[in-house]
Each structure stands twice: as C-alpha cells, then as structure tokens.
Design a protein around this ligand. Sequence first.
Ligand code: ZN
Length: 428
Amino acid sequence: MIPEIEKATSEEIKAFQEDKLKELLKYVNENSPYYRRVFRNYKIHPSDINSIEDLAKLPVTTKEDLQQYNDDFFCVPKSKIIDFVTTSGTLGEPVTVGLTDKDLDRLAYNEAISFACAGVQEEDILQLTTTMDRRFMAGLAYFLGVRKLGAGIIRVGAGIPELQWDSILKFKPTYLIVVPSFLLKLIQYAEANTIDINSSGIKGAICIGESLRNQDFSLNILAKKIKAKWDIELYSTYASTEMSTAFTECSEQQGGHQHPELIIVEILDEDNQPVSDGEEGELVITTLGVEAMPLLRFKTGDIVAGHTDSCNCGRNTLRLGPLVGRKKQMIKYKGTTLYPPAMDNLLNDFTEVKGHVVEIYHNEIGTDEILIKIFAPKASDRLLSKIRDHFRSKLRVSPAIEICSREEIQKLQSSKLGRKPVGVIDKR
Ligand SMILES: [Zn+2]
C-alpha cells in the first residue's frame, strides 16, 4: 500500500502539490471565516498563489491565532463534526479540532499508509499501548489506520505492563504502538517474570512521543538501551493533532516520510525564510484534503531538519529528522542554545535515575535557568557529580540538579489530560 506519488520525482510531487494547494485556497476562501479575513486584510486572492514558492505571500498561522480564533477556523457547521479532539495544550491553551466523516477517512488513510511505510502488512497484529480516549487524536488514528490496512489491533491502552504482556503472550501481536521509554518498562517486567522477550513474536515498535535517533540518524541512548535487550525494529513517527498527518519512518529508518497528498511542508528560520536542506528550522505545514479545519502555513513550534535526497526505499518524498526541540522551550543558557530533548537524552544514560523533570525559569536578571529534578533511590554526591560532568562534556553546560522523591516527580509529571507524562516545566 504505497501511494504512487511517493515514488514520483520531486518535480512531479511539487506539481501535484501545487494543484492540491489551489483547490485548498479556493476551499478556505469559500468556507473559512478566519482565512477569508486574512485574504481580505492582506489583499490576497487565491488565484495569486500558484506555486509552493507563492505560499510566502501568505502570512503564517500561529498557535496563538488558533487559540484566539478557534471557531473561525471551522469550515463546516458543528453538526457536521463527528469527532471532537483537542491538542494536548502542553504549551498554552488546548485547541479544539473537529473531524468530519471525510476527515476521519483521511485520518484512516494517513495512518494506513504510515503503517505500510514502516512495513506493517495485512497479516500483522498491532498492540496499542497508548490511550484511545481523552480527546486524543493519535489513538483513534491508529485504530482507523489498522482497520483500513486490514491488519489486526489489540487496544490495551496505556500502562499496566502485566496486561501488556498477558496480551502479547495471548494474541501474539507482531508490532507494538508505544512510547519508547515504556518499552524499557516492558523489558523490566519481562525480566522480573522470566518472560523471554526475544521469542515473544514482536518484530517491531511504532514509536511515538520520544526520539529514537540523533540528528545523523544513529540510535540515541534510549533506543540503544532498548535494542540491547530486545531485538526489534524501532520506527520513529512524528505527528500532531493540528496536522492530522503523520511522518513515519520506512525500513531505512532515516527520518519520517512526508505524504505529499496530505501535507505541504516548509522549514523556516526566525524571519520566516526557508532554511537550506538539512538545516534546522521551524516546521510550518499546510494541510491538504482536510474538510473541517484546514490550516495554511501553520507554525508548529517544532524545530526539525528536512532531508530531500531520495531514500533507499525508493521514495522521493521529504524526510523529517528527529525533533530537535520545541521552539518555545529553546533555552539560552550561558551562551549555549539548547532544547530539553538533549537533556532527556543525557539523563537516560543513568540507570540510577528513575524519573526526571526539567524546569526552566527566568532568574532575577531575566536570563534562562535550568533546574533538573531527579528521582534516584540510591542518590549520592558521586552520582550527582557524574551527571554534572556528563552534561558539561556533552552539552557544555552544567545545570542545577535537585534530588526529589518518587512522589514529587510523579506529581510534576502528571498532566491535566493524562496522556503522557510531562517532561518539561517551563515557568518563563
Ligand atoms: Zn524511505
């Protein structure tokens, strides 16, 4: 199930997307109160935009725009909305996104071709270890995608290693859909209960929420730790509610492939100018084929690098590298620019650290400070200085570290919607 357009040349893909873009502009001009207003205010007519480059004539859409004018983004009456979801609201107020019947079909298609990209086939059974409710789009997308692909799914939901293993042993799934750090918990449980993980029949994991790779696509510490114990393939995925589209890795595991029929991608610098290939910038997306809430030049706030050279899998679509960080969580610390994921990656190096939260705040003089709160049952001065040295050598910074109890860390990590644990607390 590989759409033909993915193997087309980059010129063909561009022309294809430009046709879709024209349809989209016509559609939002007729149906979106928000974009109609933007076109009027900027004196833009949809027919002024004929190429991907012409997109630069349009202003970008920010998360704040979405929050402030949420209802004006809807192109259909509420009665046409089937599924109501919200963004997680990790950075500000959650935004409501609605999906029509057609949008649910699009979501199913998106996820089916994403699974197919990672090599999932009709014969496969996938075990879903994330939540499907809580106004969460991804869980539903996985279910719909599996159904469309004709594969099987076991909806276990989040947590409970015992139930996960019971299901793995009972139903013999071939893939897990999982937050990578949860794989470590599954390994731990299996080891404590003498379950032979490598004969469990699991071939691979479709991973969400955390990076598996460094920017050069080599495995990061978390992924190495998993692979050292469990010989399975790890596929990164990247998606968001606003995009309603996933970028999933293929067999080559060199970044998540773009689906040209579903999304247009720009990667822009601070001045909203495109960065060169392979450079880091903010991901800006334009959705294609969305009926209820299409977005034009939406700034995701995510810093990534794009790779346009053709992939060994035969696809010529753009690939997105691992998430460098959230733009809003960029930290300027003693002359160094860094993002929380790099710190997570380092902390994962210490098996003694059983949980951590990164706090960012402004000090008296208004510059960024970092406080890392960790739970380590066997904390010692030696461990703390080992962690500090590691930070100094890898990131050239040495943030403050505070030892906390398990309960304190758990409390800090618990989010309002309870989807995934909070790793960063930004008080700036
Ligand atoms: Zn590929």
